[in-house]
Design a protein around this ligand. Structure first.
Ligand code: NAD
Length: 290
């Protein structure tokens, strides 16, 4: 079977975080605690925040959700974050993005104490990640590394092609795969909207990471035999009967027969992202007593 099953791998990872959270509680008397801030009423964000809080609960991690209205000011958001920064009972802070347009995301991210920045979006964590220092790795790239580790994928010396250059997926995963570290030491090519003849690059990939947001962009023609495919895309397709279906950036039906390993959508990278959020939160708590 060539499926890299994020549901199974993520479940095991969450179980380990739950064990670590319990040990932390026994040794400190404190419960690991993640604070989540949701601003506005974006339907997808509401689902994401609810799922993150539910995963925390299942792992014995306390979660607090604060919901602010879409008309909340930038100062309201910043004040909430600052309150959590100084609250010793809060170990991790997550501000669900995107924020309403009138709020400057950069200012909000800069407000988060880097030691509690479990999403790994603060420039201090981004910078530390780039130099290979201890940091919070953003959850989706961290989940991809864990999939490659559990899948026994040899990254060292491999040609990894990353499509996408977002701050949350494309840029960090390209940097991490190139670093001299476990699940690294690859030769990395990064493709994006400025890339001409995308298939010229994707066909050379031993490992192909797609973080694009275009349904079924990658077909059998784009890949070589034996490729490892990590499909980050989460695209909602409307079917002829009016119903909708979640699909990735990769045309699974045509690509999977050529792939040595492939992540499905749903059930690939998505569950890993939540699993890594939990482990980053436990890491944050453990580092505070270290
Ligand atoms: P984004 O929208 O910020 O960026 C997309 C990137 O793809 C851009 O850098 C752009 O240059 C590149 N791109 C777009 N069209 C292209 C094309 N035709 N050819 C080559 N490059 C192209 O992306 P993001 O926030 O990284 O998200 C990408 C996808 O991953 C989305 O579908 C998103 O929903 C999904 N996502 C999933 C998870 C998860 O946990 N599974 C997490 C984050 C994002």
């Amino acid at each position: 079977m060539n499926i890299l099953d994020g549901k199974v791998i993520g479940r095991e990872h969450r179980r380990q975080s739950a064990m670590r959270a319990e040990i932390y509680q026994q040794s400190t008397g404190l419960q690991v605690h993640l604070a989540l801030l949701l601003v506005g009423d974006d339907a997808a964000s509401q689902v994401y925040v609810r799922n993150k809080a539910k995963a925390c609960e299942e792992a014995g991690i306390r979660s607090t959700i604060v919901r602010l209205s879409a008309t909340a000011s930038e100062d309201d958001v910043v004040n909430m974050v600052e309150q959590w920064n100084t609250d010793a009972s809060v170990h991790g802070i997550l501000v669900q993005l995107p924020l309403p347009r009138h709020i400057n995301e950069e200012r909000v991210i800069l407000t988060i104490d880097p030691r509690k920045d479990v999403d790994g979006f603060h420039p201090v964590n981004v910078g530390r990640m780039m130099i290979g220092a201890s940091c919070f790795i953003p959850c989706t790239p961290a989940g991809i590394l864990e999939l490659l580790r559990v899948g026994n994928v040899t990254t060292s010396g491999a040609h990894a092609v990353v499509i996408g250059r977002s701050n949350i997926v494309g840029k960090p995963i390209a940097a991490l795969l190139a670093q001299k570290r476990p699940q690294g030491n690859a030769t990395v090519t990064q493709c994006h909207t400025g890339t001409r003849n995308l298939h010229d690059y994707t066909r050379q990939a031993d490992i192909l990471v797609c973080a694009v947001g275009v349904a079924n962009l990658i077909t059998a023609d784009h890949v070589k035999e034996g490729v490892v495919v990590i499909d980050v895309g989460m695209n909602r397709l409307t079917l002829d009967d009016g119903s909708s279906k979640l699909c990735g950036d990769v045309d699974f039906a045509s690509v999977s027969p050529k792939a040595s390993l492939i992540t499905p959508v749903p059930g690939g990278v998505g569950p890993m992202t939540i699993a890594m959020l939990l482990s980053n939160t436990v890491d944050a708590a453990e580092r505070m007593i270290a």
